[in-house]
Design a protein around this ligand. Structure first.
Ligand SMILES: Cc1cc2nc3c(=O)[nH]c(=O)nc-3n(C[C@H](O)[C@H](O)[C@H](O)COP(=O)(O)OP(=O)(O)OC[C@H]3O[C@@H](n4cnc5c(N)ncnc54)[C@H](O)[C@@H]3O)c2cc1C
Length: 462
C-alpha cells in the first residue's frame, strides 16, 4: 500500500507526490527522518503503532513522546551533547526547533514541557503535506504495509514491537546463526585516560604485561572491603515493570555480584592474578581493569562494571577506586531494556541492513543511546536518504564533530561485544596535545565547531 498525498492544509487538492519512503516508528528518530525527507521533496508514509498497540513505556498516542526524563541535557559547547545540539540546529532539526519553543527553565540544561513538546512535533508532522501518518503496527519487514516503497526506514526504538523485532533479528543474523540483535543494554562507565592517576594505575593485561590495552587500578584489602560496602549500600535505579524479566546471568550488575559474597568480585572481574603491580612486583588484593575504548586510548571502560547504581552514586562510589579519585566520566553505566543491532556487523556505512538492501535503520535501534542521539541519527538518515533519492551523495560530517563521531561509533568494529553509545568526547579522535580537563573540553568543542562549519560549507558548495 502506498498512499499518495491528499489535500493541502487549506483543503485544496495538491499535486500528488508518490510516497517513496516508509518510516516505521513515530518517535524522535522517525519524526526527524520523515521531516528531513519531506523537506527534500520525498513523500513519506510514517507508521506509528500507538494508540492501537501500546508500548510498555509510552503513555500517550502522541508522536515523539519522551518516555522518561524531560531533560535533553547540557547546552554547553564544552560537552559532546551540547555540540550535537548546535550541529542539529544547523541541520534544521525538528526536535531542536520544538525543544527551543517548549523549553522550561533548567539551568545549563535544556529541559522541555513534555506534553507541549510532543503535541508540537505531532502537529508539525501531521500538517506536513509530504507526510501521511498511518496509525498501524508494522509487524514484520515483509509486511504488506511496506510494499511498493523505494526505501524503508526502521525507527521503532528501544521497545520495537515483538513481531518487528523478530523479523529484524532474522535480518541481523550472520552466517552460522550468530544473532546480532540484542534486547537489553549492560553498559559499564567510561572514563577519560587523562583523568586516571598514572601514579597509581599501571599498564598491562593478564599474563601479557607488555600490552597496553588495559590500565589497572590496584586495591589493598582494606580499600576493597570499603569499596564493596559502598557498592552494596549505594542507591540503585529500580527496574521498570517490563524490565524485571531481563535475565542478567552472565552479565550481572557489579553491585549484585558484590552482594553475592565478600570475595565474589575478587575472584571474578577484580581478580588480581597475572597482574603484578610493576611498582611493587606484587599482586594486589584486587584489581579493577580499564579497557581501551578506542584505538587512540583516550577513553577506557571499567571492565565488568555494568550497573544499576544511580548516576551520582556511580561517580561517588567508583571514585573510591584507587587511581580514579579524579575520574572524568565520559559515560555512566546502565542496564536496561533496549532493542538494538550490532551496527558495525549488520549495517552498511549508510545504516542500510546489509542483508536487506533498501531497509535502513535510524535512532536508538542502531545503537546510539539517548533522546538527542536518536533524533540526530534519524535526522542524518533523512538527510542522507533524501539526497540519495534525489541522485546526490551526502558524506557524513568528520569524526571530529559530534554527529560524525556518533555515526563513526556505528561503523567502528569493537574488540568486544558492540555496545550502544551516547555522544561523548571519547568517540572523537585524540587532540594529540596535553592540556587540563577544562581546556581539553574547550579544544574538543572548538575543533568540532570549526570542522562542522567547514563540512557545512563544502555541502553547500556541492
Ligand atoms: C524506559 C525508558 C526510559 C528512557 N529514558 C531516557 C531518558 O531519560 N533520557 C534519554 O535520553 N533517553 C531515554 N531512553 C532512551 C529513549 O527511548 C530513546 O533515547 C529515544 O526515545 C529513542 O528514540 P527513537 O525514535 O529511536 O525511539 P522511540 O522514541 O521509542 O520511538 C519509536 C516509535 O516506534 C513505535 N513503534 C515501535 N514498534 C513499532 C511497529 N512495529 N510499528 C509501528 N510503530 C512502532 C513506538 O510506538 C514509538 O513511537 C529511555 C528508554 C526507555 C525504554
Amino acid at each position: 500500500m502506498m498512499p499518495d498525498n491528499n489535500q493541502s492544509q487549506d483543503g485544496e487538492p495538491q499535486a500528488l507526490i508518490p510516497h517513496r519512503v516508509a518510516v516505521v516508528g513515530g518517535g524522535l528518530a522517525g519524526c526527524e527522518c520523515a521531516l528531513a525527507l519531506a523537506r527534500a521533496g520525498v513523500g513519506v508514509t510514517l507508521f506509528e503503532m500507538r494508540p492501537d498497540k501500546p508500548s510498555p513505556a509510552h503513555e500517550t498516542a502522541k508522536l515523539a513522546e519522551l518516555v522518561c526524563s524531560n531533560s535533553l541535557r547540557s547546552e554547553e559547547l564544552t560537552t559532546a551533547i551540547g555540540i550535537l545540539k548546535a550541529e542539529m540546529r544547523e541541520l534544521g532539526s525538528l526536535v531542536m526547533l520544538v525543544a527551543d519553543e517548549t523549553r522550561i527553565p533548567a539551568g545549563k540544561a535544556l529541559a522541555v514541557d513534555r506534553n507541549r513538546f510532543a503535541d508540537y512535533v505531532t502537529a508539525i508532522i501531521e500538517h506536513e503535506p509530504n507526510i501521511s501518518v498511518l496509525r498501524a503496527e508494522v509487524d514484520s519487514l515483509d509486511s504488506p504495509l511496506l510494499r511498493g516503497f523505494d526505501a524503508v526506514v526502521l525507527a521503532a526504538g528501544p521497545l520495537a514491537s515483538d513481531g518487528l523485532a523478530a523479523s529484524l533479528a532474522e535480518a541481523a543474523t550472520l552466517e552460522g546463526g550468530d544473532k546480532r540483535l540484542y534486547f537489553y543494554d549492560a553498559i559499564a562507565p567510561i572514563v577519560s585516560r587523562e583523568s586516571v592517576d598514572m601514579e597509581v594505575a599501571f599498564w598491562g593485561s593478564r599474563y601479557r604485561p607488555e600490552e597496553d590495552d588495559y590500565l589497572n587500578c590496584p586495591m589493598t584489602e582494606e580499600q576493597y572491603d570499603a569499596f564493596i560496602a559502598a557498592l552494596i549500600a549505594a542507591e540503585k535505579v529500580e527496574p521498570r515493570e517490563f524490565e524485571k524479566a531481563i535475565h542478567f546471568e552472565g552479565c550481572l550488575p557489579v553491585e549484585e555480584m558484590a552482594e553475592r559474597g565478600r570475595l565474589t568480585l575478587a575472584f571474578g572481574p577484580l581478580k588480581p592474578v597475572g597482574l603484578p603491580n610493576p611498582r611493587t612486583g606484587q599482586e594486589a588484593f584486587a584489581v579493577v581493569q580499564l579497557r581501551a575504548e578506542n584505538a587512540e586510548k583516550t577513553a577506557f571502560n571499567l571492565v565488568g562494571f555494568q550497573t544499576k547504581l544511580k548516576y551520582p552514586e556511580q561517580e561517588r562510589v567508583f571514585r573510591m577506586i584507587p587511581g580514579l579519585e579524579k575520574a572524568e566520566f565520559l559515560r555512566l553505566g546502565s542496564i536496561h531494556r533496549n532493542t538494538y543491532v550490532d551496527a558495525p556487523a549488520v549495517l552498511t556505512g549508510e545504516l542500510e541492513l546489509a542483508a536487506r538492501p533498501g531497509v535502513y535503520l535510524a535512532g536508538q535501534i542502531t545503537g546510539v543511546e539517548g533522546y538527542l542521539e536518536s533524533a540526530a541519527c534519524g535526522l542524518w538518515v533523512g538527510l542522507m536518504l533524501g539526497a540519495k533519492l534525489s541522485g546526490r551523495e551526502l558524506a557524513p560530517p568528520p569524526v571530529t564533530t559530534a554527529l560524525g563521531a556518533l555515526l563513526g561509533h556505528l561503523r567502528a568494529k569493537p574488540a568486544k561485544r558492540y555496545q550502544p553509545s551516547n555522544a561523548h568526547f571519547g568517540l572523537m579522535p585524540d587532540l594529540n596535545r596535553r592540556a587540563g580537563k577544562k581546556v581539553r573540553k574547550e579544544l574538543y568543542g572548538q575543533r568540532a565547531r570549526e570542522d562542522f562549519a567547514r563540512w557545512l560549507e563544502s555541502r553547500a558548495a556541492q
